[in-house]
Design a protein around this ligand. Structure first.
Ligand code: UDP
Length: 484
């Protein structure tokens, strides 16, 4: 079982502590980053809740830490979840936020013991921008912290602009949902690298009422305030995909701040047709492999893959019902990931052309020739994965950065369309049916596919180009120099 101590480092390499926000969409890219760093000889301690570690390891058939994560120690610390309870941000947000506090305390204890008592040397802490307390702990031990930004460069630019936007045009302040609802169709033109974007596509419109607005505002403000304390920032993003914002990064960051664009952080095996290992190695859920066999029986580009990621669920039974009837009326074959939840029953449908599963091997599904479209909530990982696989999207963003990612996919890159009526979150069955048809069949669908293929080639170039390895080398040499 995973150790709560750091294993003795066999390699003479510098030791890095990596701390993801304890959710799938953050664990996946940071695990990939950890693998890249370990491949360069660094010793990586991947520190997260014991709960997450047990989910990662128990969803593997036969777990052996070294087979799945060579060069990486998995370090599980306590966050108050026993393991059997339902660890779901959407079901019990209070409990989730409480668990983050406990994770913080456990992290303090871990460093007291390892760095304080055992004298283990840590070159730096690489931690998620959503965990501001890792900065405080790093400061306390005088360990440099490199911040990991899990979202796009566009979302970074918006985040940096929102406080000034809130002052200059209060009606366009997405934190203030009441005022903002009335003006969300207006264009915002003051965001570096983004010539214009409708206010409703700005990030951080939380849809979650006053408490989550306050939480999100606090998150953004802290992230911005802390920028001066970061040693550097790593982005899961690529200049090839967001050249305009990339060109503005110097203007957005303090002049002494180094940044690294290492995205898309997806398993490198998906880029090679010779490899059949397309898993991330850090999935917290059991992947339904049988769905790939089902895809094998379907015609090319005929299946709509539906997934709202690891968190988002339907608002209520009425919304689920509306969605289900639009989907069935479209008559389009579908593969639908519906995560079992205490909130809503899994739909039961007598349908010969669709399949509902609990968790997909998403990369293998998107890579499958039978898949012709992706109905997505536009989480940043799903966004990058759809681009890399050249799958056109029907975006149904709900909150946080998802609206901006949807803007990026549909308005900027034009690889699909957005499902209308997202503001109220209520989907209308007729517009869902029409949108699915537009995405999957006819002339417009062909254009989306051609465009998605073009963007795929650009995205693959971003992953394989030699500049990426020089960014990695530069990061590694910075870390090694911090060790001295
Ligand atoms: N994912 C998966 N199987 C599924 C649904 C999602 O493997 O059935 C993966 C997906 O490939 C992505 C991650 O879960 O890497 C979800 O991250 P994203 O940023 O898209 O959304 P979040 O879950 O953070 O909202």
């Amino acid at each position: 079982s995973p150790s709560v101590h750091f294993a003795a480092s066999a390699a003479a390499g510098a030791r890095v502590i990596v701390v993801p926000y304890p959710l799938q969409g953050h664990i996946t890219p940071l695990m990939q980053l950890s693998k890249l760093m370990a491949s360069q000889g660094l010793s990586v301690s991947f520190v997260t809740s014991r709960y997450c570690i047990s989910k990662i390891t128990s969803s593997k058939q036969s777990f052996s830490a070294h087979q799945i994560f060579p060069g990486i120690d998995l370090v599980g610390i306590d966050d108050g979840y026993g393991g059997s309870e339902d660890h779901d941000l959407m079901i019990n947000p209070e409990k989730f936020l409480e668990s983050l506090e406990l994770l913080h305390l456990s992290f303090v204890k871990l460093l007291d013991r390892t760095v304080g008592e055992e004298g283990i040397r840590i070159a730096c802490i690489i931690s998620d921008s959503f965990l501001p307390w890792t900065q405080d702990v790093a400061n306390q031990w005088s360990i440099p912290r490199i911040c990991f930004w899990p979202n796009s460069l566009s979302v970074f630019s918006c985040s940096m602009s929102i406080p000034s936007l809130a002052v200059s045009s209060p009606a366009l302040n997405p934190f203030n949902a009441r005022v903002y609802e009335t003006s969300n169709g207006e264009f915002v033109t003051s965001i570096p690298g983004i010539p214009e974007i409708r206010a409703c596509m700005l990030p951080f419109h939380t849809l979650g009422g006053e408490r989550s607005e306050a939480w999100m505002r606090h998150q953004i403000e802290t992230q911005i305030q802390q920028i001066n304390e970061y040693k550097a920032i790593i982005f899961n993003a690529s200049p090839c995909l967001e050249p305009e914002v990339h060109a503005c990064m110097k203007e957005l960051l303090p002049s002494d701040k180094v940044f690294y664009t290492l995205g898309p952080l997806v398993p490198s095996s998906i880029l090679s047709s010779e490899s059949d290992d397309q898993g991330t190695g850090s999935s917290m859920f059991d992947e339904d492999e049988a769905c790939v066999e089902w895809l094998d029986t379907q015609s090319p580009h005929s299946v709509l893959y539906i997934s709202l990621g690891s968190l988002i669920t339907f608002y209520d039974e009425a919304e689920l019902q509306e969605f289900t009837s639009g989907l069935l009326d479209s008559k389009q074959p579908f593969l639908w990931v519906f995560r079992p939840s205490a909130l809503l029953p899994t739909p039961r449908m007598e349908c010969s052309f669709g399949k509902i599963i609990e968790w997909a091997p998403q990369l293998r599904v998107l890579a499958h020739n039978a898949v012709g479209g992706f109905l997505t909530h536009c989480g940043w990982n799903s966004t990058l994965e759809s681009l890399l696989m050249g799958v056109p999207v029907l975006g149904w963003p709900q909150m946080l950065d998802q609206t901006t990612n949807c803007w990026f996919l549909t308005e900027k890159l034009k690889v699909g369309l957005r499902l209308e009526s997202m503001q109220s979150k209520k989907v209308d069955h007729k517009s869902l049916e029409n949108s699915i048809r537009r995405l999957m069949v006819g002339e417009e669908a062909k254009l989306f596919r051609a465009r998605a293929n073009e963007v795929r080639d650009m995205a693959k170039e971003a992953c394989t180009q030699s500049s990426l390895s020089s960014v990695l080398e530069s990061l590694v040499s910075t870390i090694v120099s911090l060790n001295h």
